[in-house]
Ligand binder design. Structure first.
Ligand code: 26Q
Length: 827
């Protein structure tokens, strides 16, 4: 066999670091612009951004190779983070911070008469995710590199990321996000590591010369998986990890039949079939459930990634594979990995392990993270579809199930109902594969993403499995990376923190705690500075809001912000009801001690989620009325900010006073926006749900506006929930509903919000919005009382920032590593 690649590469002298002085940077930028991109000074700014990106990427390359060689040399155990989503956003600012070359770049750009801010704004977001789960994956990658852990992210290189949202007549309209149209300078294509992924066909069973039975998967339709590597730099530690994104490409043999029959053009056109697999990110949409293309995506990612891990494992003994590899499954989306790993170990001609050996390896290297408690969000795939698309994998799943259920029967003899509940196959007229069950059965670790969520999984959704394997279940409370969400998003606060705490808090966020004493004592200058920073950030947001909506936010008002996907359980409606209540008070002249308030709501609705789209329309209609009512003036503003995403959040979270985290208790697995706001000094108004609980524990209940039913109370009330009871006892709520009923916000289209109103008043309302109305309004009043005392608000704001150190993904990833991955540090 030829000498393995890494032996050659890593024996080379290490690449010298390129100079990072401003003159060299300037020369390189110009060279890229003119000699690589073939553009000129004064062309479209995007090309200047691209030239700068290449110049920066060059400065990453040496460390990237060194990190790779470090892993190879140490032969170290590594983790593979498998995720259908990586919501990266922009990369330029991130690398500038991590490489510490902001200053020379600023200087170099003077030669081009352009500021870094301007150039930065031409980078499109890599929006390869829906929301929390995808952004978490990106924050995790950042922390893994910063902690120098050998972790590779595996995902899909979607041509079209999360759709762009614009508003027409108050309604969401989706536009495709062709984010790579002008190129993607951060990635490196590596066709030499292409993998083949098989679909369809059939299985054949045979006996080898030694008399052992085996299976073959034949007559398959193959698709090539071509990897594109994106560097993930660590914070000033010269570690560069890899995010490997697979792109689908047709094999050369595609449709030979058609080709030979002379249908050349048809045959080439059928390339699309294969290449469609990575065309578009699926929105998180119940209506998209069960779509064949989505299952193709999931298997494509999983199979290519596992094959890649085996390729890198090379000639070492399979029995030790699980000592060297661990796969973290980001929700059930890549959970077919359990069956795919078995297929590889059983069927690959150079492996052909016995079932028990293969199962021992598989269950020692898979770990599964759950991100939802909503039962309707649990993934299931029709057996019929599985059989057609992945026949060999379905056989393996059946075998896993047969052996698993035999164990269940042995442990609970005669408990047929339990067997039915725990079966990987949900029986019925259209039998389904339960992907969460497959993930649990095939993994040594199952975790939730906040303490409450992990507890509720054990008591509810996964109860049967918890009884069987209590040791598998654990919690890993989410976090966010303080590099992007504090150091980059909030430069003036970052500067203040560095003055107070010294450099280093960026990678040791626990240090923020040292600011706690500054909240209280009479350091007037510090408090003034804090308020000035917040005001500055609020001005920036006000500019954005005005540019996008035409509505003027007064930076001195209370900025009350709710940004997240639009979903009934997140209860944007509760927020709107409160806004209407405030509007009523103004109309009634109940404005003594009034607190001026600017309410911002943003987020995307899944394209097929009709109710969520109605909620957006309601927000826009209410905003239209309130913002144009002269009686309201500056007392109250409401905007729906279009096209919320990663980059918008970087302007939003440093400017929020009040962070709205108001989900029905027991429904939000964790939340991570809550953490970004807290880190930047916002105070949370929130239910006792997800990570809100841990946020309140960290900052103290006096520094958090808690309201609403708890998860157990929600559960207890559900059976006899009587929304009318809450209406009857609350004149404020009556007034709000009367205004809505009277078409005050839908004058042009009477009855427009009938559906929403009926759902709020229905005893079947799963989100029990009206049950929390009074308590929410009271909490808002407590917030206003504090706001009127600017010093008290500032104290609470400082305390929130100071207590946010535990919500760094550095802490989260350290826990994943200590308790699940057990990787050595490369540092
Ligand atoms: C599934 C099938 C078909 C198409 C799409 C999907 C799909 C895609 C994305 C299903 C779910 C998602 C995303 C879920 C998500 O973002 N969950 C959030 O995860 C965060 C990180 O753990 C938590 O903080 C949030 O509470 C949780 O809602």
């Amino acid at each position: 066999m030829a000498e393995p690649h890494h032996a050659i590469v890593c024996a080379l002298p290490s690449m010298p670091a390129l100079p990072t002085d401003d003159e060299t940077l300037s020369r390189d930028i110009q060279r890229y612009l003119e000699y690589h991109l073939g553009r000129y000074l004064g062309c479209n700014q995007y090309y200047l951004y691209e030239a700068l990106a290449y110049t920066i990427r060059d400065r990453i390359m040496a460390d990237w190779r060194n990190t790779w060689c470090l892993k190879k040399k140490n032969n170290s155990r590594r983790a593979h983070y498998l995720s259908l989503e990586f919501l990266i956003g922009r990369s330029l600012g991130n690398h500038l911070l991590n490489l510490d070359i902001r200053e020379p770049v600023d200087e170099a750009l003077k030669d081009f008469a352009i500021s870094l801010e301007e150039l930065r704004d031409t980078e499109p977001d890599a929006g390869l995710g829906n929301g929390g789960l995808g952004r978490l994956a990106a924050c995790f990658m950042d922390s893994c590199a910063t902690l120098a852990l050998p972790v590779t992210g595996y995902g899909l290189r979607y041509e079209y990321g999360m759709f762009h949202q614009h508003i027409e007549n108050g309604y969401q309209v989706e536009d495709p996000d062709h984010w790579m149209r002008d190129g993607h300078p951060w990635e490196v294509e590596r066709p030499e590591y292409t993998q083949t992924v098989r679909f369809c066909g059939r299985t054949e069973h045979f006996v080898d010369p030694e008399g052992k039975p085996h299976a073959r998967w034949i007559e398959t339709e193959d698709v090539l998986a071509v990897p594109y590597d994106v560097p993930v730099s660590g914070y000033r530690n010269r570690i560069v990890n890899t995010l490997r994104l697979w792109s689908a490409s047709a094999t050369d043999e595609f449709n030979l039949k058609e080709f030979n029959a002379g249908d050349y053009a048809d045959s080439v056109a059928s390339k699309n079939q294969a290449e469609n697999i990575t065309m578009v990110l699926y929105p998180n949409d119940a209506n998209e459930n069960g779509k064949e293309l989505r299952l193709r995506q999931q298997y494509f990612l999983t199979s290519a990634s596992l094959q890649d891990a085996f390729r890198q494992y090379e000639q070492r003994p399979l029995s030790e594979f699980a000592d060297h590899n661990v796969f973290q499954l980001n929700d059930t989306h890549p959970s077919i990995a359990v069956a795919e790993m078995m297929r590889i170990l059983l069927d690959d001609p150079d492996k052909r392990l016995e079932w028990n050996e293969a199962w021992a390896i598989t269950t020692r290297c898979m770990a599964y993270t759950n991100h939802t408690l909503l039962p309707e969000a649990l993934e299931r795939w029709p057996v019929k579809l599985f059989n057609c698309l992945l026949p060999r994998l379905l056989e393996i799943i059946y075998e896993i199930n047969a052996r698993f259920l035999a164990d269940v029967r042995q442990r609970w003899p005669g408990d047929t109902d339990r067997v039915r509940r725990m079966s990987l196959i949900e029986e019925g007229p259209d039998p389904q594969v339960r992907m969460a069950w497959l993930a649990i059965v095939g993994s040594f670790s199952v975790n939730g993403v906040a303490a409450l969520h992990s507890d509720l999984l054990k008591e509810g959704l996964f109860r049967d499995f918890y009884e069987l394997w209590p040791e598998r279940f654990n919690n890993k409370t989410n976090g966010v990376t303080p590099r992007r969400w504090l150091a980059i998003a909030n430069p003036p606060l970052a500067e203040l923190l560095t003055e107070q705490l010294g450099d280093g808090w960026q990678a040791d966020l626990g240090r923020l705690q040292k600011m706690e004493p500054l909240a209280d004592n009479g350091d007037v200058a510090f408090h003034r500075r804090w308020r000035e920073i917040r005001l500055h950030n609020k001005r920036r947001l006000a500019q954005l809001v005005e540019a996008e909506t035409g509505v003027a936010f007064d930076p001195n008002a209370l900025f009350d912000i709710q940004v997240k996907r639009i979903h009934e359980y997140k209860r944007q409606l509760l927020n709107v009801l409160h806004v209407i209540h405030l509007y009523n008070r103004i109309r009634q002249g109940d404005t003594a001690n009034w607190v001026d308030r600017c309410v911002l709501i943003g987020g995307k609705a899944a394209p097929g989620y009709i109710r969520a789209k109605e909620i957006i329309k309601l927000i826009n209609n209410v905003a239209g009325v309130i913002n144009n009512d002269p009686a309201v003036g500056n007392r109250l503003k409401l905007v729906f900010l279009p096209n919320y995403g990663v980059t918008k959040m970087m302007t939003i979270c440093p400017a929020a006073d009040l962070s709205e985290q108001i989900s029905t208790a027991g429904k939000e697995a964790s939340g991570t926006g809550n953490m970004k706001f807290m880190m930047n000094g916002a105070i949370t108004i929130g239910t006792y749900d997800g990570a809100n609980i841990e946020i309140m524990d960290a900052v103290g209940e006096d520094n958090f506006f808690l309201f609403g039913l708890r998860a157990d109370e929600v559960q207890a009330m559900r059976a006899n929930y009587r929304p009318q009871h809450f209406i009857d006892n609350d004149p404020d709520l009556q007034a709000v509903l009367r205004l809505l009923d009277s078409d005050h916000f839908s004058g042009m289209e009477p009855g427009l919000f009938r559906g929403i109103l009926d759902s709020l008043r229905s005893p079947q309302d799963p989100w029990m919005t009206l049950a929390d109305f009074r308590s929410y309004v009271d909490a808002q009043q407590r917030a206003e009382a504090v706001w009127r005392d600017h010093d008290q608000w500032t104290r609470m704001s400082i305390r929130n920032c100071a207590a946010s150190g535990g919500f760094s993904t550095d802490r989260t990833i350290a826990e994943y590593n200590d308790e699940i991955w057990r990787l050595p540090s490369l540092a």
